[in-house]
Each structure stands twice: as structure tokens, then as C-alpha cells.
Design a protein around this ligand. Sequence first.
Ligand code: UT7
Length: 330
Amino acid sequence: MTLHGALIAGTGSFLPERKLTNIDLEKMVDTSDEWIVQRTGIRERRIASPGESSASMAVIAAQRALESSGTRPEEIDLILCATITPDMPTPSNACLIQHALGCRRGIGAMDLNAACSGFVYALVTATNFIKTGSAKTVLVIGAETLSRITDYTDRSTCILFGDGAGAVVLKQTTDLGAGVQAFELGADGSGAMLLHVPAGGSRHPADPESVGAKLHTLKMSGRDVFKFAVAQMAESIEKAMNACKLTPDQIKLVIPHQSNARIIDSAATKIGLTADRMFINIDRYGNTSAASVAIALDEAIRAGRCGRGDWVVIIGIGGGLTWATVTVKL
Ligand code: UT7
């Protein structure tokens, strides 16, 4: 079998207009701007308007990625949308996106749920379709409307989450030295309940009691997830560098999942990467789960923080528990 390269040909993102600041949250729960900034690095997050949804935001992010890569919707061979907040349990967001973009009938379209690691899981899946020649052009999206599954009376979670979408167009290249060079996928289901939404699935379908008890919102054992994420982020970045025999000074930028600035800082210190090589936008958007890394990658490229020929490590970590890394030569 001839193997092909998988190149990040273009990126795009979309954030809703409305901002929810720490000062706003001070009026909603017993918290303070100072506590939130110190413990998380977050200052504000974006909240979707009633007319917006994960799929509608994904469509705009995808259009921007198509434009930046010079790709027409008809060229897309496969659509992967990572999300834990699809518009509906079925159909998939990917099918809604396919139709809205005007992609060809008959291409593959599916959603993928790996929580905050979802976009990187999808990027790895897309890479393998391209490497084996099963697809030439894949649209990979991370989109979330976490505000719709957040309990705004729970101060331990509502300060964290936000809405948004990011997308990448991955294209086949004959240059095996360009694009995705290594990846890792990981999961540890023993920690499944550390971050979960108790109801709304087949185990506990929606009923008036579950709605009243807010069982359709995210519940998190923050301290346990924090400990896991701190250790896993450092280990995953190290593995990602080793897989391509890279030293820290060869890495132009790490695009980490934006869950907590302290998690990112601690991983950087452990590995010996200077703070300027860890991309952070959590101060403006909070944690947008599967959208986080996709938005961050788009912003980093558009801001000139990384570009063609640079080594970049992209890392997702989160519920499941899950983690995923991609080492890419842009
Ligand atoms: O994206 C998926 C992965 N998610 C993550 O990686 C999130 C990981 N977890 C975290 O980022 C942190 O655990 C949090 C930011 C959620 C919490 O920070 P922490 O430093 O772990 O705080 P804690 O849960 O240990 O709580 C410390 C104190 C507690 O008070 P007591 O028991 O010490 O009196 C909490 O009740 O802070 C209190 N607290 C708050 N105080 C003011 C918890 N939330 C708040 C709040 N405002 N919003």
C-alpha cells in the first residue's frame, strides 16, 4: 500500500458574540474574579445566542477553513465532527454540516465523542483515512455549545465552560515529511465518572425529575481531573516529541487543550518548554471541550505564532478519561 502525507491545508474558527465575564459570574454564584483568574486563568467565555448551535457554529468555522485552504465544499471526501453537544442525538452534526456546506451527496459524515480530546481524536482518524488513500480531503471540526449543558448554579463548573467551533481541512500530500508525523490516542475508562452528564442517555432518559435535579448538566470531580490532566499533559507532550526525535527547542508551539492555565504552565515547566511556546487563549474563551484545540490552532496560525515548516504538538485531554496527541510539521 502506498502511504500518503496528511497536511493541515487550512483552519477556521467561530466564536459567538456574547461574552460572559467573571464579573457577570460574581452576580450568579458565590465566586470572585480573583479566584477564577488565579485558579484557572479564565477571564471571560463566549455564550451562544438562542439561534446558535454546535452545528451552526461549526458551519461557519468550516467555511473559514475551506476558504483559508482554497478548498471547495465539493472537494470534501469525509466530514468528522467532534462534539459532546450535537444539535440532536440524531442525526449527527456532521450530516447537518454536510448539507449546509453543499458538500457532495454520498461522502462519509459522522460525529465523534471523545470529550475534550475529541478534535484530536478526529484529526488522528482523518490522518489515517488520508495516509491509506481512502480520502484525499477531510473536514475535521470541533464544535461545542457547553452553555446548554452547564449548571449555572454550580460554581465549581459554570466558571469554566464556553461555546465555539474550530475546523481544519486536512489534505493528501505526496510529501511524507510534511503534515502529521506521529500521534497517540489514549483512554482510561476507570475514570469515566469523574466528568459526566448523568442523564439524557439510555441509562437515564429525560423525565421531569431528571430535569428538575439538573441531571442533564456536566458534573466534575475537578481536583481528580486536575491531577490526571497535569500528569498526562506532560507525559503526552514528551511522548509526542520522542516519537519524532525532537528536543524542546525544536518545537515551535504546543497547542494544548484549554482547560486550566495552571495545567498548561505546570506541563511546560516539567518538560522545560518556555511559556511563550505554549499557546493559551483560555483567558478569552474558557474551556470549550472538543472545540478548544481547533480554535487555538486557528488563532495561533492566523496570529503567526506558527506556520509552514514548523513543528507543532497538538494535545487534547479530558473526559472519558481520554487523551490524544498529534506531532505535526505544518
Ligand atoms: O476539560 C476537561 C478537563 N477539565 C479539567 O481539566 C478541569 C480540571 N480541574 C480544574 O481546573 C480545577 O480543579 C478547578 C478550577 C475546577 C477547581 O480548582 P481547584 O484549585 O482544584 O479547587 P478545589 O476544587 O480544590 O476547591 C478549592 C476551594 C474549595 O473550597 P474549600 O473546600 O477549600 O473551602 C471550593 O469550594 O475553592 C472553592 N471553590 C470556589 N471558590 C470560589 C470551588 N469553585 C469555586 C469558585 N469560586 N468558582
